[in-house]
Design a protein around this ligand. Structure first.
Ligand code: NOJ
Length: 543
């Protein structure tokens, strides 16, 4: 049964579906909404309770859906409004909540609003985007130093027709909307209401931190630094990200949702230090959660994780909830980051699924789907195409992060048939299927009890069973060997402990209280008379 309680979101486990690559129900090589509906039982079997669907709205698909040309219709390759409604209904029937992806920062340059805005300063939508005159005698120098997502390039793009620059923070084909224009706010909030009326339970908010820019268009201060996401930045984002107005926008958006029952939720893609992100969720008035991306660029070291967990626990104590993400449609597959070592992958799964907060699993993560190497020259991803012109392949190939996002978006591997059951054998899938599909697929892993998939299922089953794992507090256990992380989760009478050995050697230590092994990732893990031995990369849940 669907959960009608107002705080259902506090115990969510989110599963991200990238529709284009999930399941192709009509044999055109592209995943679609009916395909997701047909595969919902996979989510149920896995044990998640919330589905997040990346964009499937009308779009020229330059950025595969993150460039929207009509916010309230569905791109034909994904289906139509009926299929969107059918997906929501089918998910609800199974007790799953559904989040759609909301791209508020920009539209596609093909959106009729932008096409009109381009025609001139007196057009109806002239002021719907962020336009500014350039600097220099001919106005051919961008208005300020704001950088695009690629950092090396300006975020401003010149229009010969308007003889002005428009802001496109991500790519030129994604012009930023001018949220200071009341008509824009109204139109976008109406789009939000449209999906809420259709029954969606909330939204993942794309690039939410970047929506409200400085109205005076002041240049950002020069300040080279390394982002936790491993990206080198040369300018701070004081005037383009997390501005005071942006926190206000979060609250305004929340008030749009507040008219709906049961509660609808917002999870924001925002970047910044935890103290800044906290402002988005403060006092229960803005977003429900923000993504915390620190785990994405992990180093497989106890210290790396314990530091981050401590920081998230400090900044997001009860009643706030941290979120945990190991991979997504933009970033490297975690299985590749751990050198395709299943014990390390099991350890990470136990970690992310037993911490206090909301885990977000990306499709295929539960199978250990790795990156699928695709050279830049073959890329469909517009970001990779940008890099292709100047980044040598031998460099891109060796980076831990994938520049070509196609590599993390290859089709979901369902079975051992040609095309991994993603699309019919005679169809060419939009991206190649990873050649490991014969062994790495749902069907094979379902029938092998030591598979990663079965491990995810087992951990999620414990999470569903034990209030301590969803609602309990978290206390780090001290006095453990340096390579081990341990924590206790307690809620009323229910308590359990998790121990994770990040080292490549056995670890031995004493444990107190729990005396029963609930889950163990390795037959070499042993609990005897209060003393625990963890095999290399061993992970264990005790109660
Ligand atoms: C972030 C999304 O995750 C990414 O896939 C997209 O390309 C950009 N935002 C632009 O919308």
């Amino acid at each position: 049964m669907n959960d009608h309680s107002s705080d259902w979101w506090k115990s969510c486990v989110i599963y991200q579906v990238y529709p284009r690559s999930f399941y192709d129900s009509n044999g055109d090589g592209i995943g679609d909404l009916d395909g997701i509906t047909q595969k919902l039982d996979h989510l149920i079997e896995l044990g998640v309770n919330t589905l997040w669907v990346s964009p499937f709205f009308a779009s020229p698909q330059v950025d595969f859906g993150y460039d929207i040309s009509d916010f309230t219709s569905v791109a034909p390759e994904y289906g139509n409004l009926d299929s969107a409604k059918a997906l929501i209904d089918a998910a609800h029937q199974r007790g799953l909540k559904v989040l759609f992806d909301l791209v508020l920062n920009h539209t596609s340059s093909q959106h009729p609003w932008f096409q009109d805005s381009l025609t001139g300063k007196s057009s109806e939508h002239a002021d719907w985007y962020i336009w500014a005159d350039g600097r220099g005698p001919a106005g051919r120098i961008p208005p300020n130093n704001w950088r695009s997502g690629l950092e090396v390039k300006s975020a401003w793009h010149y229009s010969k027709t308007r003889k002005q620059w428009y802001l496109g923070t991500f790519l030129p084909c994604q012009p930023d909307l001018n949220w200071r224009n009341e008509h824009v706010r109204e139109a976008m909030f109406n789009a939000v209401r449209f999906w809420l009326d259709l029954g969606v339970d909330g939204f993942r908010l794309d690039m939410f931190g970047a929506i409200m820019k400085d109205p005076m268009l002041r240049s950002n201060p020069f300040h080279p630094y390394m982002e936790p996401s491993e990206l080198m930045r040369l300018w701070r984002r004081d005037y383009t990200e997390n501005t005071d107005d942006n926190f206000e926008l979060a609250r305004d958006l929340r008030s749009v949702l507040m008219r709906y029952e049961p509660e609808r939720v917002l999870i924001g893609e925002v970047f910044g230090p935890p103290e800044t992100l906290k402002r988005y969720v403060a006092n229960g008035a803005g977003l429900h959660f923000t993504f915390l991306f620190g785990f994405l660029a992990f180093r497989f070291k106890a210290k790396f994780f314990s530091k981050l967990i401590a920081s998230y626990e400090k900044n997001f104590p009860e009643p706030y909830l941290p979120t945990y993400v190991l991979e997504n449609h933009d970033r490297a597959r975690s299985f590749s980051r751990v050198g395709e070592n299943i014990f390390k992958a099991k350890l990470l799964a136990l970690l992310m699924l037993t911490l206090r907060g909301v885990p977000v699993i990306y499709q295929g993560q539960e199978l250990g789907m790795p990156n699928t190497y695709i050279p830049l020259r073959k890329a469909k991803d517009p970001i990779a195409k940008e890099y292709f012109w100047w980044m040598p392949e031998f460099v891109s190939k060796r980076l831990p992060e994938r520049i070509n996002r196609d590599e993390v978006r290859t089709p979901m591997q369902w079975d051992s048939s040609v095309n991994a059951g993603f699309c019919p054998p005679k169809t060419t899938p939009w991206l190649p299927v990873n050649e490991n599909y014969l062994s790495c697929n749902v069907e094979v892993q379902r029938s092998y009890e030591y598979s990663l998939f079965c491990w995810y299922k087992a951990v999620l089953a414990q999470r569903a069973l034990r209030p301590s794992l969803t609602l309990g507090d978290l206390v780090m256990i001290s006095g453990l060997p340096e390579q081990v992380i341990g924590y206790a989760r307690t809620h009323g009478e229910d308590s359990c402990q998790v121990f994770l050995n990040f080292g490549d050697t056995d670890s031995y230590f004493d444990v107190t209280a729990p005396d029963k092994v609930i889950l163990s990732s390795d037959p070499g893990n042993l609990l005897l008379d209060g003393r625990l031995k963890l095999a290399p990369y061993g992970a264990i849940l005790l109660a």
